[in-house]
Unconditional design. Structure first.
Length: 464
């Protein structure tokens, strides 16, 4: 049978299984149907709910402006799928081409799409994590529980980690009039994602809104009272604070454990796949029947030195899912690469923050519009003489322009004249990213590979 006939049979009567029934999984399923896939579609998800949207969970839902149960993702079309919800995939048998579920059922596939995303990194001490008042924020239920707690008469909240989620939680707490301490191991909020210069602006913003911000410290222990309720937190600088709520915002962990032993190149940094979303096996050979998309995937991007990018961005999940779905049901020459420009937004302390490109690659930046002092600006990041990223604080309307600059490899520092450009900010300055070996809460972008020309190995002796 020719490859074309195989693809035609697959499109008409193949079995496609999607593991991870959230944003990427749903958008892929819709795309498969849009593109004429008429075979069977099975959606496996360990959560009880049909796909819902996560960004509102740390924003509108914490402010009481939307209920977590009202965040269901809008449907673009009927996907005519068999839903297996509330049951996790336990392992993958590539030889038998089947997924085994935790309840022992097996689900055979011709093509498999993995969209198992990430989960919140839990507090490192399980007994402390179980105290009444200790929260993480990833799911609809997490958000509902946290909202109930924040509006149930508590006064003092500790946020552990000042990345995007932690900062948004702190912002919501201040809007509720609660006292908030934010503890961040790095030198400033958002520093892992945006660098120290912009981190300093985020720092001012938090303090201006009444946050008790403590940088360069970590929380070493959470202490409970007699009834198992959180009472105090101990910090690495020796201070002790009384708190009723702690929100652990230490970044995310990729859901890949279920693939251990499957022979797929999956680990803590995600699932390695090619730019067409086809998953690599552990030997570095690309598979043809297993695909990955969304937060769990990492793939090389030509604009960024072919480094493997793992992104935790809503828009990336959608776009990559659509590419994966397209490639799953077409022959080689028709396949497309996933070349999405990373893009992310956040709203906190009344400011709309948006980023395009990969700021953490940019060693230098120029404030192209506005000023840092006004907390209203566009900062443009440079890498090897070209524009690599841009970040706006209340200036999102400009980012489409910078997207084009990044895509076209425009020179850095930028040469164009633009509205609201101030002469005092034209000189490039170091963007001050912390040493990546020193952990902060973790950026929402990770670069996990190098182009072959830059390949190097570092030997780390074992201290065991
Ligand atoms: C609080 C919060 C705020 C955010 N705000 C923003 C924002 O402002 N802007 C932005 O760009 N992005 C934001 N994001 C990130 C965005 O929501 C993610 O990029 C997006 O959800 C990724 O979708 P996904 O489908 O790849 O993964 P996920 O949404 O993580 O979904 C993966 C699904 O797979 C399930 N699963 C895991 N393992 C298994 C298994 N073994 N078997 C079956 N199912 C499994 C998971 O439970 C989950 O339902 C935010 C995320 C959170 C949590």
């Amino acid at each position: 049978m020719s490859a074309d006939t195989d693809v035609e049979v697959l499109r008409r009567q193949g079995r496609i299984v999607v593991v991870g029934a959230s944003l990427a999984g749903l958008r892929a399923a819709e795309t498969l149907r849009e593109k004429g896939f008429t075979g069977s579609l099975t959606m496996i998800g360990d959560e009880l709910y049909e796909p819902y949207d996560r960004p509102p969970l740390s924003k509108q839902a914490l402010l009481g402006r939307a209920r977590p149960e009202d965040t269901a993702l809008p449907r673009r079309r009927d996907i005519d799928a068999e839903w297996r919800l509330g049951v996790a995939a336990a392992d993958l048998d590539r030889d038998a081409k089947q997924v085994r579920l935790v309840n022992g059922d097996t689900v055979p596939y011709d093509r498999l799409l993995i969209t198992t995303g990430t989960r919140a990194r839990p507090w490192f001490h399980p007994e402390e994590a179980a105290l009444d008042g200790v929260f993480v924020l990833r799911t609809r239920d997490d958000s509902a529980r946290l909202y109930r707690k924040l509006t149930g008469g508590v006064r003092r909240v500790l946020v552990i980690g000042a990345g995007f989620t932690g900062s948004e939680v702190a912002s919501a707490c201040r809007e509720h009039g609660l006292e908030v301490t934010v503890a961040e191991r790095g030198p400033a909020p958002l520093v892992g994602a945006l660098g120290g210069v912009i981190g300093a602006v985020a720092d001012r913003l938090q303090r201006k809104h009444g946050v008790d911000l403590r940088c360069g410290v970590s929380v070493t222990a959470l202490e409970g009272g007699d009834v198992g309720r959180l009472r105090r937190a101990h910090l690495s600088d020796g201070s002790v604070i009384d708190v009723e709520v702690a929100v652990v915002s230490l970044g995310a962990m990729r859901n890949t454990e279920w693939l251990a032993g499957s022979g797929v190149a999956a680990g803590p940094r995600g699932i390695a796949c090619d730019a067409g979303c086809r998953v690599f096996d552990v030997n570095g050979i690309v598979t043809d029947d297993i695909y990955a998309a969304g937060d769990v995937a990492r793939s090389p991007h030509p604009l960024f030195d072919y480094q493997f990018l793992a992104l935790e961005h809503w828009g990336n999940a959608v776009e990559q899912a659509e590419i994966a779905a397209h490639n799953m049901i077409c022959a080689g020459p028709d396949r497309r690469p996933h070349l999405w420009l990373p893009m992310f937004w956040s709203s906190q302390f009344g400011v709309n923050i948006k980023s395009v490109g990969v700021p953490s690659l940019g060693g230098q930046l120029v404030v192209a519009q506005g000023t840092l002092a006004e907390e209203r600006f566009v900062a443009v990041y440079g890498y090897r003489g070209r524009v690599i990223a841009a970040v706006s604080f209340d200036g999102a309307k400009w980012l489409g322009f910078y997207e084009q600059q990044i895509a076209s490899g425009a020179p850095f520092p930028p040469e164009y004249r633009s509205v609201d450009r101030r002469s005092e900010t034209l000189q490039p300055i170091e963007s001050a990213f912390p040493d990546p070996h020193l952990p902060t809460h973790g950026p929402t972008i990770t670069l996990t590979g190098h182009s072959p020309s830059e390949r190097r190995v570092t030997f780390v002796p074992s201290h065991a």
